[in-house]
Design a protein around this ligand. Structure first.
Ligand code: PMP
Length: 401
């Protein structure tokens, strides 16, 4: 039998992985965390400050959310027992969808069992032959995946570049039936915010639809964490399709689409993951539902994450690091450079008791290796102090600052 690991692209990756492993550079990947991915974590019996968790508001270990999940297991069991369209819809799913629609100020919402498939579901079921999907070059992989699955054509504009977006819209408007502009509200590798007001203006001018992925915006952007509309002061219906995940600020799993009632009805009857993939398990749905309530009941968490992010950006910038255009979000990239240097930096941070994920090519440009720092509402002043001291020490050792 031929060896499947000899397939060129498999062999190439394995070679790269082996090189990093021998130099003990990729130890930071897939590090088993023995407990909640909170601000402090334990891994292989050592304690660390976590600077990479998506639990921006620190809800991952919230007692009321855990209680809701446990009670859901007692009431409903551990699985939903089917797909949403047939036997998998629980009253819990309905309550969660109602809550999300309320939170996002839309008529209705649909929940899927992963954020990734949510983007695939939207783009592949709504848009088809004769349509054009225009995405930001830095859009999340799941938006790319949705484009590939869709029968529509798709193209990209330069990151947050409104002139480039307008050029594409102008050149293509007459050639297609429907055009949708799909962007991330907060970009997951750069931590900057989509220029929604101008995107909406262009969409109106060229009769295009808008879609925004708020995976990293919910709980972080806007006075009360409601996301991009609140942040920019947009009108209720300025964005046609609002997508978000239940796996980041909301400490669960799953994704949602929120928007007009008719559109949600269409998705319930026509999107493959709703019809052919198992429904969100009860404890996950219950945890997500409770988390939305907690965001509303504990508004200080939103303020805290915003303040901590500002403090962190100011601190690392003063040390001399480049944080790109990250502003007002909980994702702050600290640019290191080459792949090896980035891994080295992450390893040394770990030795200083801080876990921070390195992100390298192809997720980011070749020399744009970075530490993707995620600040949490629950990081204390003492944590911040330790984190910044470690950045200073390692930055000097590796001659980055
Ligand atoms: N969109 C964005 C912007 C993301 O960052 C992610 C996850 N990293 C997803 C979608 C996919 O969400 P999930 O992990 O919940 O499947």
């Amino acid at each position: 039998m031929t060896d499947i690991t000899k397939i060129e692209r498999v062999a190439k990756l394995l070679k790269r992985e082996r090189k990093l492993r021998l130099a003990r550079l990729n130890d930071v990947y897939m590090k088993p965390i023995e407990g909640p991915t909170d601000r402090l974590v334990t891994s292989e019996k050592k304690d660390y400050i976590m600077l990479g968790s998506y639990s921006y508001l620190g809800l991952i270990n919230h007692p009321e959310i855990k209680k809701a999940a446990k009670e859901a297991i007692d009431k409903y069991g551990t699985g939903a027992g089917g797909v949403r369209l047939l036997t998998g819809t629980l009253d819990l799913h309905k309550k969660l969808e109602k809550k999300i629609a309320e939170f996002k100020n839309t008529e209705d919402a649909v929940v899927y069992s992963s954020g990734y498939v949510t983007n695939e579901a939207i783009l592949s079921s709504i848009f088809s032959k004769g349509d054009l999907i225009v995405i930001d070059r830095f859009a999340h992989a799941s938006i790319y995946s949705g484009c590939i699955l869709s029968k529509a054509e798709w193209t990209r504009f330069q990151h947050n570049d409104m002139e480039d977006l307008e050029r594409i819209l102008k050149e293509n408007r007459e050639k297609y039936n429907n055009i949708v502009i799909a962007v991330d509200g907060v970009y997951s590798m750069d931590g900057d915010v989509a220029n929604m007001p101008e995107i909406i203006e262009l969409a109106k001018k060229y009769d295009a639809f808008t879609m925004v992925d708020e995976a990293h915006a919910i709980g972080v952007l806007g006075e009360t964490g409601k996301g991009v509309e609140e942040y920019f002061g947009l009108k209720k219906d300025d964005i046609d399709i609002k997508m978000g995940t239940l796996s980041k600020t909301i400490p669960s799993v799953g994704g949602y689409i929120a928007g007009k009632k008719e559109l949600m009805t269409f998705l319930r009857y026509s999107s493959n993951p709703f019809i052919f993939s198992a429904a969100l398990p009860p404890p996950s749905a219950a945890a997500a539902l409770k988390a939305f309530e907690i965001i509303e009941n504990e508004p200080e968490r939103v303020k805290n994450v915003q303040n901590k992010a500002k403090e962190f950006i100011k601190g690392v910038k003063e040390l001399g690091f480049d944080t790109l255009r990250s502003k007002d979000t909980a994702i702050i990239p600290v640019i290191i450079g080459t792949e090896v240097k980035t891994f080295r930096f992450a390893n040394k941070m770990e030795k200083q008791g801080i876990i921070v994920p390195p992100v390298v090519y192809p997720a980011v440009p070749r020399d744009g290796g970075r530490l993707r720092c995620c600040v949490m509402a629950t990081h204390t002043d003492e944590d911040m102090d330790r984190i910044l001291k470690a950045f200073e020490k390692v930055g000097k050792e590796l001659q980055i600052i």
